[in-house]
Design a protein around this ligand. Structure first.
Ligand SMILES: [Zn+2]
Length: 126
């Protein structure tokens, strides 16, 4: 799909804004994680809360990494001119889908197949 320069630029801006937001969320998750270091003076209930919080922050960080990788890949597809094509089947990704999720590498058909387990998600498996 040949994007016109204005459209490409608009998607690039969206992607960069999302990237910045993810980086901020992730760095604050790391900071909070550091602040919740186990303390000997805490009772068991408090320690349980802390380990739960740590796990939550960790999962947020992992999710962030995955998202960030998708954003990076979308930005390189934008540079290469393959942005807007499903990386799996090569079909065009719908405009509405791209507007909502500009970093998505898959068209809705492939995405649905992945959610049903009919298709492997290479981005997640990698
Ligand atoms: Zn597809």
């Amino acid at each position: 799909m040949a994007l016109n320069p204005q459209t490409a630029r608009r998607y690039q801006e969206k992607l960069l804004a999302h990237k910045k937001q993810l980086e901020e969320t992730m760095s604050s998750a790391v900071v909070q994680g550091r602040e919740t270091v186990a303390d000997d003076t805490l009772d068991i209930a408090d320690q349980a809360v802390i380990s739960y919080q740590k796990e939550f922050l960790f999962s947020q960080g992992t999710h962030g990494h995955h998202q960030l990788r998708m954003v990076h890949q979308a930005l390189s597809r934008l540079r290469e001119g393959s942005f807007g094509e499903c990386v799996h089947c090569g079909e065009e990704i719908g405009v509405k889908r791209l507007e909502a999720l500009p970093w998505t590498p898959y068209c809705i058909v492939c995405k649905e197949k992945m959610e049903k387990g009919e298709l492997e998600d290479p981005a997640r498996a990698a």
